[in-house]
Design a protein around this ligand. Structure first.
Ligand SMILES: [Zn+2]
Length: 378
């Protein structure tokens, strides 16, 4: 069935190709050739120039064989975080790590290697299957840019699995939606020592607004943060301008909207109450706000077809699936937003986004076995 040496070799080959976000050209050429060797048709979409990457997203299609069922999408991302240059995967006692000075890139190459191994097994064993689409995105680590610019007209599946979280036999079916916001407060500058009464401090207004906000874990479903603050010029100048950047996330779109409005309202109120009369002229703090919907929420119901499929496959292998809530955005949020009911599956990767990142070969085997069973039952 699943061959652990072949799977480990596949992982090592991919991990040895550095592919930080925007520099996925080499890994994409490798993957095109690899999926074609599996008898698949591979197309690259036009996301590359749109997001500034060396290449676009890949959509590899395996025609149905001996089975008529709904198409199934399998997905992973080909980019990694940094440091990635000169990455050297090291296999010791059944565990892959980097040589120590870079990330390993198991996020998300473990997922890619598992998909490829599962497809090798399906082909070898002549397992009847429906249409399979493998979508490999660029720039997932950079605000899900690849998934956001994916050419969805090239994708037919309405259900999918994204292999992109830690653990094995683990599935994430919900994740919050997020809004990003940028707020500019503008007051009036003046010499802080000679003429402080002629200035209106944007920093004071921002501080009042932030102090009034509900931030952090707002409720069970909602979090919020002001993450950056920039402003002022010197200690002796009353600051004219402050730029704040923040975010809100919630599993409930209504609460997301309410939290976003609350944060803006706190700053608007603070700006209004920070105005002063200077030499008979009323000087207010002005506020400009920009809210960007970063990603929609993922809310795949426990009874959904894709979850039932994963659970049934796990049962066949005598396993139980651990269902979890996600805390952040991933390609799966974007796919769900485009009507592709997608859950996230654990790939075995651990300590991702650090130079201690690792993955056990035995865990990758476990995931590949689950994938084969999912494809068989799909
Ligand atoms: Zn990832």
């Amino acid at each position: 069935m699943v061959k652990s040496t072949r799977l480990a070799d596949e992982f090592a080959r991919q991990a040895g190709i550095a592919s930080p976000s925007f520099r996925e050209g080499e890994i994409s050429r490798y993957l095109i050739e690899r999926f074609e060797r599996l008898g698949m048709t591979v197309v690259m979409d036009d996301a590359g120039p749109k997001v500034g990457s060396e290449c676009g997203n890949l959509i590899a299609t395996l025609a149905a064989s001996g089975k008529d069922c709904e198409p199934l999408l399998l997905s992973a991302h080909m980019d990694t975080v940094v440091p990635a240059d000169g990455v050297q995967p090291v296999l010791k006692d059944g565990v892959f790590t980097s040589a120590g000075d870079t990330i390993l890139g198991a996020d998300d190459k473990a997922g890619l290697a598992e998909i490829i191994e599962a497809l090798e097994v399906v082909r070898e064993q002549n397992i009847p299957h429906g249409l399979i689409e493998v979508v490999i995105t660029i720039c997932e680590e950079k605000g899900l840019l690849g998934a956001k610019h994916l050419d969805y007209s090239k994708v037919v599946s309405r259900r999918g699995l994204a292999l992109d979280t830690s653990g094995t036999d683990r599935v994430i079916n919900t994740a919050p939606a997020a809004n990003k916001m940028r707020i500019v407060l503008t007051g009036r500058e003046s010499h802080a020592g000679i003429a402080p009464e002629n200035g209106v401090s944007a920093i004071v207004a921002a501080a009042r607004g932030i102090a009034a906000m509900r931030l952090g874990r707002v409720d069970r479903q909602t979090t919020a943060n002001i993450g950056t603050i920039q402003g002022g010029q010197a200690t002796n100048i009353i600051p004219r301008q402050v730029i704040l950047e923040g975010e809100a996330r919630s599993h409930d779109p209504v609460k997301l909207q309410a939290q976003t409005e609350h944060m803006i309202a706190c700053l608007t109120d603070a700006a209004r109450s920070s105005g002063q009369v200077i030499n008979g002229e009323s000087v207010s703090v002005t506020i400009e706000t920009e809210v960007l919907s970063d990603y929609p929420c993922m809310a795949v119901a426990p009874g959904a077809g894709i979850l039932q499929l994963v659970e049934k496959a796990a049962q066949h292998l005598d396993r139980t699936i651990e269902l979890r809530d996600g805390g952040g955005g991933s390609d799966a949020n974007i796919f769900n937003g485009h009507g592709i009911e997608t859950v996230i599956i654990g790939t075995g990767m651990t300590d991702v986004h650090t130079i201690n990142e690792s993955v056990r070969v035995a865990d990758m085997v476990r995931v590949a076995e689950l994938l084969v069973e999912i494809i068989r039952l799909a």
